[in-house]
Design a protein around this ligand. Sequence first.
Ligand code: ADP
Ligand code: ZN
Ligand code: ZN
Length: 823
Amino acid sequence: MRYTEVAVNFPGSRSTFCYAVPPQLNVNVGQAVWVPFGSRVIQGIVVGVSDQPSMTADSYQLSAIKEIAETITDYPLLSPRQIELARWISQYYLSPLFTAIALMLPPGFERKPITYFQYREGTSPSPTKDLPPLTPEQTQALRLIREKKKVSFKELERKFGLKKAKQISDQLLHYHLVMKSQELEKAKVKPKSLPYVRLIASKDEIEDETARLNKVRAYKQAAVLEFLSQQTQPTAANEVRKGLNCSLETIRALERRRLLSVELVNIRRDPLSHLRLKPSLPPPFTSSQQAAWKSIHHVIASEAKQSQSPPVFLLFGVTGSGKTEIYLRALTQVIAKGKRGICLVPEIALTPQTVERFASRFPRHVGILHSGLSLGEQFDEWQRIKEGKCDVVIGPRSALFAPQPDLGLIIIDEEHEWTYKQEDKSPRYHARDVALKLAQLTGAVVILGSATPDIDSFHKAQLGKYHLVELKERITPHGYSPLPKVDIVDMKEELKAGNTSLFSRSLLAAMKETLARAEQIILFLNRRGTATFIQCHNCGFIFRCPRCSVALTYHSAEKKLTCHRCHYAIPVPQACPQCFSHRLKFLGIGTQRVADEVKQLLSRARLLRWDRDVTTKRHAHEELLSSFRDHRADILIGTQMIAKGLDLPQVTLAGIISADTGLNLPDFRAGERTFQLLCQVAGRAGRGLKAGKVIIQTYSPENYAIQAAAKHDYVHFYNQEIAYRRQYNYPPFSHFIRLVYYHANNDLCRREAERVRDTILNEQERKGITNLSLIGPVPAFAARVRGRYRWQLILRGSAPARVLSGITLPQGWTLDVDPVGVI
Ligand code: ADP
Ligand code: ZN
Ligand code: ZN
C-alpha cells in the first residue's frame, strides 16, 4: 500500500493528513487530488509519498486512514523544490501549509464543493401517516427543490437564512424527502479558444467548387472559398464572418462538404498587448556602472552551486543611477546561460516604465503576473511561464511564486519597500526573505536594488553577508545630473509669523516661480497615520509619552491618548500644556484639502490628484502619469504612491507638505520609513535637464531622519538608526512576532489577549526560554476595524517562535512573524 501526505484546502488546518492511494491511481508528489474530509470532499496537494503512513501527519489508526478519492491533475502542479519552499514558509511564518502552497498554484485553481439537494422521486410531498405535518417553510423549500430538480444549499440560505436553511434541509433529509449530493463549483478559468478555419480540399477542387457555387448563386460560400484560398494561415472564423458579412451557417455548410475544416485554437490573453513597444538596445555602461557590473558579472559567470547562502548583491544607488540597466544586463547574461529570471517590483501599477523597459529589451519573452490582470490573462501567463516561454517574469511579491523553470536570477527592485511583505492574510511572508530561501534552493543569484536600503539589508551588507555594490551618480539622458537641493522649512516659525496655511511662505514662492517658468511641481502627502495624533495648532506641540517620548496615539473608542510602548494613557486634553491654546487639531490632511488650498492660492494652475480613491480603474495610473508627463497639468498632488519609481523629467520642484505624519507614528520603524519616503520624493525632482529643488515642511526640523534626507545621506542616517536599534534591541538585533486578536466585544477581546499572554509566559517558564520579552496586551493602532476590536501582543527575542511551538491559538488570532510595523 502507498501512502501520501496531503496538505488540504480547508481553512485553519495547520497539519497535513495521511491518505492511502487506491491501487488504480498513480499519485506523485506535487499532484492535486480530491480527498474525503469529514463529510465532504476537498482539494489537496500531495506533499509526500511513501510506503508507510506519514509520521508528521495527524496520528490515527491505520484502519481509519481514508483513500484519495480522485486525482485532479495527472501531472504534478508543483515541483519538489516548490514544496520544499512552501514547507519553509509554513514553518517560518507559522502558517498552514496549504496557504503557502496556494501561492504557487495556477490562478483560479482553488474550488470549493457545493452541497445540492434533490427531490426523491416516488415519495409524496404530502404528510404520510408517520410524518408530522410539514411547516409552511419546509413545504416551500420542498416545492422549490421539486420544481428545480436540484437546489444548492446556498440558494436555500439566501431564501431562509443560514440557521433556518440548515434546519429545514436537515428535516427534509431526515424525512427522506430529499437527497444530498456534492459537486464542485465550476472551474473559474479555462484556456480560451476560438474557432479557426482553413481549406482542406485541393486547389483544383476549390476552383471547381467556387465556379459551381457561383453558378448556383451561392455567392457567399464561393466568396469564403476565394477568401480562404488567398490566406497562408488558418483564419479566425469571426474574421471571415465579419470580413465577408456571412453567417456561421455558410462556413458550416462548406465544412460539411469537406472543403474546409473548423478547429478550436487556443488564444493567449496577452496582458501586454496594450503596450506599443519599440525594441531597444542596451547603452554602453558608464564607468561607475562598469565598476559595479564587474563583481556581479563575475559571480553570474561562475558555475552556480547549491550552497547554504546564495550570492546576494545589494545594489545601492539613488534613483536614476542606472540600476535598472544593470538588472537588464544581468538578465541577459543569465539567459545566455540558458537560465531565467524573476524581477519583483513594489507595485506593478506604479511601475509601468519598468515593465516597458523589460518588455522592449526582451520582446515577447516577458511574462507578467499580478492580481490586476483578468483571471484569464493570469491563467495564460502562468501556463506560458510553466512551459518555459518567458525569460523573465515581472510582478509584485506574488510573482516570486511563478512556476519559472531553471531560475538563475532574482531581482528585487526597491527592496526596502514594505509592499514586499504580505500583511493582510496568511502566510504573512516577506518576499525578500522568501527570495533568499528560493535562491538557496535553486542556486540563483539575488540582486537587491535600492536608493535607501532596508536597515536590515544594509546591516547584512556591512557584516559581509551581502556584496555591497554602489552606484554613486545619477545618469540622465543628458549625462550626469546632481541631486536636487533640499530646504527644510520649520512650520513652527510659519505659525509664529501668522501663516496658518498648509503652505509655508517659501514653498508658495517656489511654486509661483516654477509655474512662471512653465515647469512642473509635485506635492507630496504622507497619508499614513492620519488623524491619529494630536497637535497644538498654535505652537506645534505634540502630545508625547513622558516615559517613552513617542507620540501618543488617539483612540476614538476610549477617547484617550495612549502610548503603545508602555500603556501610559491620558484622556484627550482640552488645552495645550505649552501655550494653553485650545486649538488642538487631529492631524490628518487629505489630497483633496491640498488641492482645494492650491486652487485658492494659485487659481490658474492645472492640478492632477493621484491617490487610491482616484485611481482604482485599470490602466488609470498609466493614463494619469502620461497625462502629467505630456504636461497637461502643472501640479501633481499625491500620497506616498507618487514617491515610487516614476521618471518625470519636467518636474523641478517637489514639496513635502508635512514630513511629520510618519515620524510621529509610535513604531520603531517610523524614522526609517520617513527617511525612505523623503529621499524618494527628493529623488523625483530635477531628473531632466534642469536642476531641481525640494522643500520639506516639518515641525521637527532637527530630527535626524529629516536632516539626513535633506542631505541625501543614507549612510549618515543608517549609522544613527542602527545605533538606536542596537541600544533598544530592535530588529535586526532581535526578532518580533506580532499576535493580534479580533473580536466584536472589546472586553472579551482584551481578556482573551490576557489569557494568551499568561499562557505564553507559562510556556516560557516551562521551557526555560531566556532572551524573550512580551509587550502587551495593548489595543492595536487602529483599535477597531470593521466593527471588531483588536488587541495585540508583541514577542521580542532572538528566536521568539520557539515559545509558540506548543501553543494552539483559537480562531480569531492572527500571527505575523517579522512584522514590518508593530502598531
Ligand atoms: P535606476 O534604475 O537606478 O533608477 P536607470 O537604469 O533607470 O536607473 O537609469 C536612469 C536613466 O539613465 C534612464 O533613463 C536610463 O535609460 C539612463 N541610463 C542608464 N544607464 C545608461 C547608460 N549607460 N548610458 C546612457 N543612459 C543610461
Ligand atoms: Zn510610554
Ligand atoms: Zn500649544
